[in-house]
Design a protein around this ligand. Structure first.
Ligand code: HEC
Length: 192
């Protein structure tokens, strides 16, 4: 099967322990109607052993609650990176690269709080009240750790592969998902 092969080759290629556990078959892990994203083909686990205690607790909550409709690969391998206006200004001088490809790093203030709220509004979502805030805090924290600074290049390679494979295997869905980003990329003429 094409997907199994993909998963196996992705496993072999990514020597990183953070990127080890993947959904066997991402399509099967998603409930009907929940769509399909490049994210779904990445790992379904984060190594949080180095995270503060509170974030470890929030991670458990997130991993349990956000897996009701699609696997947690979807948020784990997402391009979303929540940075405030101030943080964005600082990052622009420190690591301008992260502003160049929205498919790898989609940077926006409040992006995770907005998405958590969007998910909470869906019928049957088990996330309620304070849990939403804790999950949002985890996603905002974790994205900074795994997608910027020392982890920036590893994140880029990992996410780029997911997006490239998805483009090959699910071209129509790819076009739909990245309609806006494609326009942006053409404008900025990013070289790879
Ligand atoms: C009730 C079902 C349901 C639950 C529970 C759920 N999701 Fe989703 N999720 C969806 C559906 C359906 C989509 C497809 C896009 C959309 O409708 O927003 C989606 C898409 C996503 C995306 C991709 C969005 C994009 O445009 O790139 C992310 C990230 C995501 N969910 C994160 C989460 C997080 C975090 C949680 C837990 C707070 C969660 N989901 C819980 C149904 C759910």
């Amino acid at each position: 099967m094409r997907i199994k092969k993909l998963v196996v080759s992705a496993l072999v290629l990514s020597g990183l322990c953070v990127f080890n556990v993947r959904a066997e078959d991402p399509v099967a892990g998603n409930k009907p109607g929940s769509g399909l994203y490049p994210n779904d083909f990445g790992p379904i686990e984060i190594d949080v052993s180095g995270y503060p205690k509170e974030m470890k607790q929030n991670y458990r909550l997130f991993a349990f609650k956000c897996a009701a409709c699609h696997t947690i690969a979807r948020p784990i391998n997402s391009q979303y990176l929540e940075l405030s206006a101030e943080e964005q200004a600082a990052a622009k001088t420190r690591e301008p690269e992260i502003f160049k490809n929205a498919k790898i790093w989609h940077i926006e203030d409040h992006i995770w709080s907005r998405y958590v709220k969007r998910m909470m509004a869906k019928p049957g979502c088990p996330v309620q009240g304070e849990d939403g805030k804790k999950i949002w805090q985890f996603l905002a924290y974790d994205s900074r750790i795994r997608k910027t600074g020392a982890q920036r290049q590893a994140w880029k390679a990992h996410r780029k592969k997911l997006v490239d494979d998805f483009r090959t295997n699910y071209h129509e869905t790819y076009e739909k998902i990245f309609l806006e980003d494609n326009d942006k990329e053409e404008e900025s003429h990013e070289k790879h």
